[in-house]
Design a protein around this ligand. Structure first.
Ligand code: 13P
Ligand code: SF4
Length: 348
């Protein structure tokens, strides 16, 4: 999505074309001016901006050179020539970019863009699990910090989780830290999953499992439930329901499609239904609505990820002006995390 518009007025016009139904005009004008300054500075500083699909519409449609889900952005981060990578997403994503590009400056516009899944597990937790299940490979969702990735054999995203698990053969795997994604992958790959308690199992006790999970949750996706879906279907029988795999297995089963943020966007684009219900972060609904003006996006409520919401045009401009906030990963952790991320990228 390389931005080639040379004037602030031209950028405003372009944004208005896409976003007039989503963002009020006075706000759009102000945001177009900010976006213009960011794009100028980006060129001057030889920076690339990566924007996750959850970025707010005005930012999403103006400054990123590339937009995508976490897997696509990981791949872009691995191949960029720019000297500076500005990650408009959350911290674990920016850390992944740094893991792949140790010699580049990686910036995140807000130091407060965390993630409830990444906060749910520590490297010590992973070491403890490895000691309890010796020899069992560890698959770690990218929504984790670098030190957790460093303890893992391979990473995965919501776009390739089942493929990554299957790449390890039919033996058991430890899958961390998202409980719902783990349950959804277990169902898809026909595996029995257990969630170990803090108390170790008794000596000689046989545990029947093919997957070992962890009880991390996405604070956004855990809010959706099957009653909401049923209510929307009663009102709009022709609605197509899409759920991110961080939703519960019950919600995924009651939906018509489940996939990563990029897979959901592609699904809306290739199907012809008049209306869709997206069970994911609400800015993505706005971004899809802007790109698909003939399709109606139903909103259950405003479920905005508070961490993604930290990333604004103002903060991104300040980030480029002041080279803040620099994302660093200690080299000893980075090299081990790199192996797990790289192994995932090779699988696809
Ligand atoms: P995707 O990899 O599907 O973009 O998901 C990232 C995320 O944080 C979803 O909540
Ligand atoms: Fe983390 Fe959930 Fe926000 Fe995604 S939506 S960044 S998983 S808290």
């Amino acid at each position: 999505m390389q931005n080639t518009i040379e004037t602030a007025a031209g950028l405003f016009e372009k944004m208005q074309e896409k976003l007039s139904r989503v963002v009020p005009e006075f706000e759009l004008k102000y945001k177009a001016e900010l976006a213009y300054k960011i794009n100028q500075l980006k060129k001057k500083r030889n920076a690339v901006i990566l924007g996750h699909n959850y970025m707010e519409p005005a930012l999403y449609h103006s400054i990123p050179d590339f937009t995508g889900d976490s897997l696509e952005l990981c791949r872009k981060a691995a191949t960029t020539d720019a000297e500076i990578i500005v990650f408009c997403g959350v911290r674990f994503m920016a850390e992944t970019a740094k893991i792949l590009n140790p010699s580049k400056t990686v910036l995140i516009p807000s130091p407060r863009a965390g993630c409830s899944l990444a906060e749910s597990i520590t490297a010590a937790d992973v070491r403890e699990l490895k000691a309890r299940f010796p020899g069992v490979p560890v698959v770690t969702y990218v929504n984790t910090y670098a030190d957790v990735k460093a303890e893992s054999d391979i990473c995965c995203t919501s776009g390739n989780a089942a493929k990554v698990v299957e790449s390890l053969g039919s033996g058991p795997v430890i899958f961390l830290p998202d409980e719902f994604l783990a349950r959804n992958v277990a169902k898809e790959t026909g595996r029995h999953i257990i969630f170990p308690s803090r108390t170790p199992h008794r000596e000689g006790e046989e545990l029947d499992y093919q997957m070992v999970g962890w009880r991390g949750r996405c604070e956004v996706h855990e809010k959706f439930n099957v009653e909401d879906i049923a209510a929307v279907r009663r009102q709009f029988p022709d609605v197509v329901v899409l759920a991110h795999p961080e939703c519960s297995p019950e919600v995924v089963a009651a939906s018509d499609f489940s996939g990563s943020t990029a897979a959901m966007i592609a699904w809306v684009e290739k199907t012809k239904a008049p209306r869709y219900l997206l069970l994911t972060e609400c800015s993505m609904g706005d971004n899809i609505a802007a790109a698909n003006p003939r399709k109606e996006m139903l909103r259950l409520c405003s479920v905005r990820c508070p961490h993604m919401n930290e990333i604004t045009l103002e903060q991104t401009l300040a980030s480029l002006e002041q080279t803040r906030y620099v994302v660093d990963v200690p080299e000893e952790i980075r090299v081990r995390a790199f192996r797990a991320v790289q192994r995932m990228i090779e699988i696809g």
